[in-house]
Design a protein around this ligand. Sequence first.
Ligand SMILES: Nc1ncnc2c1ncn2[C@@H]1O[C@H](COP(=O)(O)OP(=O)(O)O)[C@@H](O)[C@H]1O
Ligand SMILES: [Mg+2]
Length: 271
Amino acid sequence: MSSLGQLVAGVAHEINNPVSFIYGNLEPAQEYIENLFSLLDLYQRYYPQSVQEIEEFTALIELDFLKSDLPKLFKSMKMGVERIQGIVLSLRTFSRLDEAEMKAVDIHEGIDSTIMIVQSRLLATGKRPKIEVLKEYGKLPLVECYAQQINQVFLNILLNAIDALEDSVVKGRWTTKKQLVMDNPRIYIRTQLSALNQVTIRIGDNGVGIPENAKKQIFNPFFTTKPVGKGTGMGLAISHQITTERHRGSIECISQPGIGTEFVIRIPLIQ
Ligand SMILES: Nc1ncnc2c1ncn2[C@@H]1O[C@H](COP(=O)(O)OP(=O)(O)O)[C@@H](O)[C@H]1O
Ligand SMILES: [Mg+2]
């Protein structure tokens, strides 16, 4: 796995440079072209009587359409490059898992700080009530782990839970008008010290759930059911690698379509 990690890191690095060239040049390129268009406009204004060859060529290249289409073209190129950058970033996280050091940490602190990060996505929107986060923390000793990585796992799972709840909104659940107290968008986080000297962390949501055929694939790199530009399909693959390989723990998914999803993470107290 570590040689695969090295390969991935290498590839990510190689992709990153040329992509930066493209990204860095898109904006000036657009500006240059807009300037050339302005120059054309000036010519048209001061030399309205043009020659037939110019008229014909203008019609041939459909200048008006070209002018209106070009900004859209740039926008989609920019989106494409941003997507590549997102994937490269995920690949780097995926392959550079051994950078931070191992120490004994308070898991609850990690969870709380991660909730802080996603706070803005929990707020009520015009389309749904706020997402409630219910915490049931057990009494836990410090856990020896790579804190940064474990937090990354919490973050990936929380973000997926929020996405799943948003998806439920799209599918007609939880309008702001009809607020059933029993069925508001909700995420719960339960922790407990389990036998075998390990901690168990359960993160669940009452979102769309995962169909059986997708459930087999969710931990595969690049598996995503989200629209292009939204998901990279790397979140759970990274989380799986962190929990199982880096920490000799486990991660498991329990889900019922239409009801909700729960991820169960188990990490040994001592590595
Ligand atoms: N809490 C959840 N509820 C419903 N589906 C989920 C949940 N978590 C993960 N999934 C499914 O697993 C897929 C893979 O997740 P992930 O690896 O994080 O990639 P991404 O979020 O970029 O799609 C998601 O596209 C989604 O279909
Ligand atoms: Mg995700």
